[in-house]
Design a protein around this ligand. Structure first.
Ligand code: 7TS
Length: 405
């Protein structure tokens, strides 16, 4: 894969070549995305949708072309179903508010899963507190996959929404979202997919998947920070009220009241991040220039290679070992007396050797509690990583463990 397209990968950290294995937190950016931001500000920066002048029209066109590109990228029926947001967290909060206003009443139930990021827990908890509703979660089986039989038991006539991560940001495991959607729909319940960790790693087709909503972030898929997407089926988005007021989301404002704009503008109050959407479009083109088949095969092979190398180190415990993963592996190291080497100590020693890995609870505290540890060490891959990164990481980890044992 094309490392030379990512200028940051030439950086040194603590006088060592950077080995960047923190892609689940954020990915690095190809030159095409970096250039797009500069191009926008140098050549056509202007507020969109409201201007008759040339620059405003160019900016508007770029923003709307980006929306079409996102729609095609995830297989949406129409670009009206693509709402630009600040990121996954913003998308999920927007949905929790809008869906909550329209569809959640006292005693209703919402189901998430045991592996959620806080961004797919807290907005629902806030909604439940507001509406006196109840949040339930699908538990894990012994092998750290979701217990689908238990999910069937949770569903009932009070269930109004299921919202689950496609890929766990801690375990890397791929949840059986097709099956979850099928089961939920059989009971008439809509499903939101948190695609923060799947959209960057696998080809998504929202129509084939038949999810009702999908949330994801630009910055984890080689795009810029501050832009993300909430996809929703048109019939749902038309039913839901806006979550924010002001700017482009209105039709008419009178002292007697306001009528709202049509989709997708109803959900985009204020000046949208049109530079971000343009750069995200470039990130999508970048991924497409390599092709999903190549990206998926490369990352699958790399993740399997890393898991195999890790398993060969004494004392390493891999979470959800042997279960297929999408570019993320979490582990801990135990000494011969079965005591845990604190993940933070390992992370610090890896960093000193130029290896960027993440340690801690990864914003998924309920899952970390389930695992019964204070945190994990997590490595996560992007399309530019290769076996030399894994080899450098394994060598650095062996050195760290030696020093800490
Ligand atoms: N959902 C999942 C599954 C995530 O992994 C993340 C971010 C989010 C939601 C929130 O995304 P944001 O772009 O709105 O912040 N995950 C991580 C992570 O694993 N380490 O840093 C951020």
């Amino acid at each position: 894969m094309k490392r030379e397209d990512f200028p940051i990968l030439k950086e040194q950290v603590h006088k060592r070549p950077l080995v960047y294995l923190d892609n689940a937190a954020t990915s690095q950016k190809p030159q095409a995305v970096i250039d797009a931001i500069s191009e926008a500000y140098c050549h056509w920066n202007s507020n969109i949708h409201r201007g008759v002048h040339h620059l405003s029209q160019v900016a508007t066109m770029k923003h709307e072309e980006a929306r079409k590109a996102v729609a095609a990228f995830i297989g949406a029926k129409s670009s009206d179903e693509i709402i630009f947001t600040k990121g996954t967290t913003d998308s999920l909060n927007a949905l929790a508010f809008s869906f909550g206003e329209a569809c959640i009443h006292e005693g209703d139930e919402i189901i998430v899963s045991a592996v959620e990021h806080h961004s797919n827990i807290v907005p629902w908890q806030m909604l439940c507190a507001r509406k006196k509703a109840v949040l339930r979660h699908i538990p894990l089986r012994e092998d750290k996959t979701l217990d689908i039989e238990a999910f069937k038991g949770l569903l009932n006539e009070k269930t109004k929404l299921v919202s689950v991560a496609h890929v766990s940001n801690v375990l890397g495991t791929i949840n059986p979202v097709e099956e979850i959607i099928r089961i939920a729909h059989a009971g008439g319940v809509p499903v939101c997919i948190d695609g923060a960790q799947s959209v960057p790693h696998m080809h998504m087709d929202v129509q084939a998947l038949d999810c009702d909503f999908l949330a994801f972030s630009g910055h984890k898929m080689y795009g810029p920070t501050g832009i993300g997407v909430l996809y929703g089926k048109r019939e749902w988005l038309e039913k839901l009220p806006p979550h924010e007021g002001g700017g482009e989301m209105i039709d008419h404002v009178r002292w007697s009241g306001t009528t709202y704009n049509e989709l997708p503008f109803k959900f985009e109050a204020g000046t949208p991040n049109f530079v971000g959407s343009y750069a995200l479009h470039k990130a999508i083109e970048y991924i497409q220039s390599i092709g999903w088949e190549a990206v998926e095969a490369h990352e699958r092979e790399l993740t399997a290679y890393c898991e195999e190398r890790l398993a060969g180190i004494e004392g390493v415990h891999i979470y959800a070992a042997g279960i297929p993963k999408a570019g993320v592996i979490s582990f801990n190291v135990f000494t011969d007396h079965q005591s845990l080497i604190h993940p933070f100590d390992i992370g610090t020693l890896l960093d000193q050797q130029g290896v960027a890995a993440r340690t801690g609870h990864h914003c998924a505290e309920p899952l970390i509690d389930d695992l019964g540890v204070p945190g994990t060490v997590r490595v996560s891959f992007g399309l530019y990583n290769d076996k030399s990164d894994v080899d450098a990481f394994i060598a650095a980890l062996e050195r760290a463990v030696q020093m800490l044992s």
